[in-house]
Design a protein around this ligand. Structure first.
Ligand code: SF4
Length: 227
């Protein structure tokens, strides 16, 4: 059976960036991963196995739990040295679960997307009510919740509904463009992406279907209106 991720990996130029991570080749062999903002720093805490990514990805710089792994709040100050491509693949999946597989499917033309209204319509139990959210409310919510600088670094591929209406008319067009590097929108005001990171090729984090957190926010909007 074809391994789409391996095919994609074989064709990837190194260095490349993936969300807030910069992937470089190690001088001897293997790979080094670090936060893109730390590209020019030497004094970083070093980890030497893919599982190190699990702990790094869990909390932000302030020690707060990161419920959304693609939020632009990956902590700084570490480097991950990995000996082989299998470890690289595992580590990237710990940092951004499922995103490599989605990218591989998209690259190969197999990726299916689901409109937000379809996702909401299939909710059950306490989330059923989320489907009552209005179109203008969706527009505002997606704008606030999914924006790349403070919300999420994924590129939105899903539409609002079956009529293929855009998810938010208030987000910039780049938010829907897999070629655009969402990571450049994630720095604090006035900050610049380090030159070495900016020069790297970018592998986008793709959003093919609204996440559970957005569904929960839709529910909240509806419930707040009922109060
Ligand atoms: S719906 Fe997609 S883009 Fe929006 S916050 Fe969830 S994962 Fe990110």
């Amino acid at each position: 059976m074809r391994d789409l991720i391996e095919e994609i990996f074989n064709g990837l130029p190194v260095p490349f960036s993936f969300g807030q991570i910069l992937v470089r080749r190690r001088e001897c062999a293997g790979f080094v991963l670090l936060h893109r903002d730390d590209a020019s720093l030497d004094l970083l805490e070093t980890y030497r196995d893919a599982e190190g990514a699990i702990g790094i990805a869990k909390y932000d710089d302030a020690g707060n739990y990161r419920p959304l792994k693609t939020a632009p709040n990956l902590r700084h100050g570490w480097r991950l040295e990995l000996a082989a491509v299998e470890e690289l693949r595992r580590a990237l999946d710990y940092f951004y679960p499922g995103r490599l597989a989605v990218f591989a499917a998209w690259k190969s033309g197999y990726l299916k997307t689901t409109a937000l209204r379809e996702t909401l319509d299939r909710q059950s139990g306490m989330y059923r009510v989320a489907a009552k959210i209005s179109d203008p409310q969706i527009n505002d919510l997606v704008t606030d919740f999914c924006r790349s600088d403070t919300g999420c670094l994924r590129t939105i591929l899903w539409k609002r509904d079956r009529n293929r209406v855009i998810a938010s008319t208030k987000l910039p067009n780049e938010k829907f463009d897999p070629v655009y590097d969402q990571g450049t929108a994630s720095g604090p005001p006035g900050s610049a992406t380090p030159a070495t990171a900016a020069a790297a090729a970018t592998v986008p984090l793709l959003c093919q279907e609204a996440c559970n957190l957005l569904v929960a926010e839709c529910r909240k909007v509806v419930k707040d209106e009922d109060v």
